[in-house]
Unconditional design. Structure first.
Length: 631
């Protein structure tokens, strides 16, 4: 939530006064490019602040609404050239999405500007203190408190880094703060506490960003900052310290995404592109995970094998789509490893006094690696003595750093707010974990594991087939653009798929949608069925165990008899179900446990196409933001 960009470069100084290579980029352009790539984190308003030599004030612009409004404003009222810049794209918390509440916030003398991601919980108390000291506030935001406090400290120290450290020590809540000062136009200072910030390393220029997407167009070299650190960048230096001012370490890494991966590449939306990325996301997540003998080697898992062998319970913690991925994985891991698996929403886990000890393996699933609810649950689990393994997509993010081990999904950047390829890659990674545990604990023979891995490796081509069949789904969605309610049913692994299908439709098309376990229908939800009510049904393979297929076919008949319009996702060649389907979306044959990776794809395409037919922005649905860094 909220995207933050910082940049300092020697471009304006024509060659660099000290002989260092000069960056030729304009700070404003770099910042706007970074904001464009971070806009998925929030799009209630956007703003920039610039510092340049010879300018005794910060130049700034801010505008409510999407980034394009700010760009329009800058075209009408250009800002002077600069050497340092900060930029912000906002997801509103304190104070509505107005021009005034947009960031940056400036100190009364106009010489210092601050942007912020997070929530300052003690802002009321600090504000009262500042008002008593004669400070006048212009906005309703908690951020302005940080700006005024920083200005007060700067007035005493004349050193932005020191002033930031004192300010950070006084703030409670969560924050990433970036600041520039007119007196020091080559410097940007940042601070982070429970909110993301990464450094991009350049030559004659340096960058700051909420995540690497902010600077991926310019550099792949990055520094991962730790908790409670201050960073000061100039074009030629990066200094990291703790909130007490002591020098601190930050971990260097190279970003393995390229800038093109964060572009639409000719698709109408990022979501459409990311749906098409899914075969790669699955294949790349599987890549390089076995040794020459075909044994799974998850090298990243630095948890003692003896500890993993002793695990007697797994708890998956996650939110939203990531939680549904965990829900799918539960069926597979329990089946393969015979370890009980609970799946819990991160925000519920933490507050229910869960029974967790050193024999519990907590698996935290998160695309962004920054979801605050999940991060808090990770901390809680570790405090209780559990080992935490995270399944995360974003390098340099906080959750992996605070986990005992991490298994990265290799889905590439997911820019659309609604998650698609992350879901498939999270299931894939969780399945690898399940098979690894089964191998380690001897629950499965090596040839059984090899066979399951081969079935997983067949999946990308099958996902591709489902995507290629997407036009029929799109046409059906277009014909249903006036629908006001859609239900989704599934059993076994099809149940979390139904939940995910409903979530996609809610968040993209703003339609009432609910997912149910098909067996639960007769316990209440069947009362919702009326003439013409559209109901998606995820049908298990006819080969599925325990007669699952025929039970779901009976459920279809029950709702059809009550007037439902049935939209059925079924395996190629399932003739039995054809009779009861008003519309049928075929998916290739796959083992039951792998079917979710295929069955969810038509549901993603459906939600996207219906939202598009309604004229909605599928990449940036209303009220939402990617990377939910507040609780
Ligand atoms: C839905 C969606 C969200 C996220 C959830 C967790 O399309 O994207 O439900 O899945 O906010 O986010 P991460 O995976 O970043 O922890």
């Amino acid at each position: 939530m909220c995207g933050i960009v910082g940049y300092t470069g020697l471009g304006l100084l024509e060659g660099g006064a000290d002989g260092t290579p000069a960056a030729t980029r304009h700070p404003l352009e770099v910042t706007l490019e970074g904001l464009r790539r971070l806009e998925y984190r929030g799009y209630d308003s956007a703003g920039v602040a610039l510092a340049g030599p010879g300018q005794d004030h910060i130049a700034f612009a801010k505008k409510s609404g999407k980034l394009s409004n700010l760009v329009g404003e800058l075209e009408e009222h250009p800002l002077p050239a600069a050497t340092a810049a900060i930029g912000h794209t906002r997801w509103a918390t304190h104070g509505g999405p107005t021009d005034t509440n947009a960031h940056p916030h400036l100190a009364a003398d106009g010489k210092l500007a601050v942007i912020h991601n997070g929530i300052i919980e003690n802002f009321a108390q600090l504000k009262a203190e500042l008002v008593d000291a004669g400070v006048t506030f212009r906005s309703e935001t908690d951020t302005e408190v940080a700006a005024q406090l920083l200005a007060q400290q700067y007035a005493q120290t004349k050193n932005l880094t020191e002033a930031m450290a004192v300010t950070a020590r006084r703030l409670e809540g969560t924050f990433t703060l970036l600041a520039v000062h007119a007196d020091d136009p080559l410097t940007v200072v940042g601070a982070r506490h429970d909110s993301p910030l990464v450094v991009g390393l350049g030559e004659g220029e340096n960058f700051l960003g909420s995540d690497v997407a902010a600077f991926i167009a310019f550099t792949k070299e990055a520094l991962e900052l730790g908790q409670d650190q201050i960073v000061t960048i100039t074009p030629t230096s990066v200094a990291v310290s703790d909130f007490q001012g002591n020098p601190a370490d930050a971990k260097r890494f190279t970003v393995d995404w390229d800038a093109a991966a964060a572009e639409k590449s000719g698709f109408d939306s990022f979501m459409d592109k990311e749906i098409h990325d899914q075969p790669h996301a699955v294949a790349d997540t599987l890549l390089g995970r076995t040794d020459l003998d075909g044994r799974l080697t998850l090298d990243e898992i630095h948890i003692d094998e003896a500890v993993l062998r002793a695990v007697d319970k797994i708890i998956v913690i996650a939110c939203g789509t990531a939680a549904y991925a965990g829900h799918v994985a539960k069926y597979a891991i329990e089946h393969w490893c015979r370890i009980p698996v609970e799946v819990e929403l991160s925000h519920e886990f933490r507050y229910r006094d869960p029974i967790v000890n050193e024999k519990t393996l907590v698996v935290a699933v998160s695309q962004s690696g920054e979801t605050m609810d999940t991060l808090m649950a990770v901390r809680h689990a570790r405090e209780q003595g559990a080992k935490v393994l995270s399944i995360v997509n974003t390098r340099g993010s906080t959750i992996p750093r605070e986990s005992d081990a991490v298994l990265y999904t290799h889905a590439g950047p997911e820019i659309a707010v609604a998650s698609t390829k992350a879901f498939l890659s999270q299931i894939t990674a969780a399945y690898l974990l399940g098979l690894y545990l089964a191998q380690l604990r001897g629950n499965k023979f090596p040839d059984e594991i090899a066979a399951l891995l081969n079935e997983l490796r067949d999946l990308p081509a099958k996902v591709q087939t489902v995507i290629e069949r997407g036009e029929y789904v799109r046409a059906t969605a277009r014909s249903m653009k006036d629908a006001t309610s859609v239900l989704f049913l599934g059993r076994h692994v099809g149940y979390p798929v139904a939940l995910e299908g409903a979530l996609k439709l809610k968040e993209l098309a703003y339609i009432h949608a609910e997912g149910f376990a098909a067996g639960e229908l007769k316990h209440g939800p069947i009362a919702l069925i009326d003439e013409g009510q559209p109901v998606f049904v995820v049908v298990p393979s006819p080969q599925a165990r325990h007669g699952l297929h025929s039970k779901v076919v009976s459920n279809i008949q029950e709702i059809r008899a009550r007037g439902a319009r049935t939209l059925v996702i079924a395996e190629d060649g399932d003739d039995e179900v054809r009779k009861y389907a008003d519309e049928i979306f075929w998916i290739p044959k796959a083992p039951s446990l792998l079917q979710p990776l295929l069955a969810v794809v038509p549901l993603q395409i459906f939600a996207m196409a219906l939202a598009t037919a309604k004229g909605l922005d599928v990449d940036q649905p209303r009220n939402l933001a990617k990377s939910v860094t507040v609780e």
